[in-house]
Unconditional design. Structure first.
Length: 317
């Protein structure tokens, strides 16, 4: 079976599922009549998806929590598909940011293959997974293939994948990645959350969680008891979000990349949250044509499309 997993810094995604990049561990089974989250038992420990996000991890092959989260994604996919067996051969599809791909993709593949045969319990049921293969794609590039005609309609694309901690970019000319024009900036949405929430605490003694900030961007309202400061908070939000994104745009200018020459294609959950501000940057003349790939599962889906297409071509030869 093919399982495509996008190991994001904020959320883990498969083509159909999404859950927080967080992991809680226990010495005994945490499941009770009142607490029935999906649970993995592996090497004497119990794990559930956590309520708090893991800190930013640049090298995922050095952190065993990402191996457990990958097992969780596989087990959840088996459950979602309604499969009833306990022994599975898995072709695992992963992705890495452009700047990390060259130096890390072999390490990540070898890390996942270290446990080529993995036995664990999922929701008290035994499960055995054999990794038949692990393929690592360039994050963001795979997402383009969820829009089949995009690279034909737009001959010069700058792909922006804004996620939790990183802003990845990759130039795609006539459908082909330009590997000398790609990089990863640590300018994802989580550092912005921190900057904005710290300022609001200092100015208004108001503690905002990440979800609160997302809702504030989307709905433009605070609870009615905070009406007196709502306008000031929203004005601050708009100013700081634009300043933050312009900081990212400045890095392109410093690298002599003129984004007005490109069709900028934005993917990733943070791109969608930042969408009103990205469109404002376009209105200010800092970006050319802008397209959003709205599906937060696009990287996982695109990797699956690319892999199946490559397998089909090999089978015809």
């Amino acid at each position: 079976m093919i399982v495509s997993v996008d190991l994001g810094n904020k959320n883990i995604k498969t083509p159909e599922l999404l859950f927080l990049t967080g992991l809680d561990s226990y010495d005994s089974n945490p499941s009770t009549t009142f607490f029935r989250n999906d649970c993995i038992q592996y090497e004497g420990k119990y794990y559930t998806v956590g309520s708090h996000r893991i800190e930013y991890t640049r090298y995922k092959h050095t952190d065993d929590r990402f191996f457990i989260l990958t097992l969780m994604a596989i087990a959840k996919e088996i459950k979602r598909r309604g499969l009833k067996g306990d022994n599975y051969e898995v072709e695992l599809l992963l992705s890495l940011p452009p700047a990390h791909y060259r130096t890390q993709h072999e390490n990540l593949k070898n890390y996942m293959m270290k446990g080529q045969h993995v036995n664990f319990m999922f929701n008290d049921n035994p499960m055995s997974v054999t990794f038949k293969d692990v393929i690592v794609f360039i994050q963001g590039h795979a997402a383009l293939y969820t829009r089949s005609n995009l690279t034909k309609e737009e001959p010069l694309i700058m792909l922006h994948d804004i996620g939790g901690f990183t802003w990845d970019y990759l130039s795609v000319r006539n459908g082909n990645p330009e590997k000398d024009i790609m990089d990863t900036r640590e300018l994802g949405i989580i550092p912005f959350y921190n900057e904005f929430s710290n300022y609001i605490v200092s100015e208004y003694d108001l503690h905002l969680r990440e979800d609160d900030i997302d809702n504030l961007i989307k709905n433009r309202t605070l609870p009615s008891n905070l009406a007196a400061i709502q306008t000031k908070v929203l004005d601050t939000l708009d100013t700081m979000a634009l300043q933050y994104l312009k900081r990212g745009i400045k890095t392109f200018i410093e690298d002599k990349i003129d984004l007005k020459m490109y069709t900028s294609v934005f993917v990733g959950g943070a791109s969608l949250i930042f969408k009103p501000y990205i469109l404002q940057l376009q209105e200010e003349g800092l970006l050319g044509k802008v397209i959003f790939i709205e599906d937060v599962h696009a990287n996982a889906k695109g990797a699956q499309i690319l892999y199946k297409s490559a397998k089909s071509l090999m089978n015809k030869q």
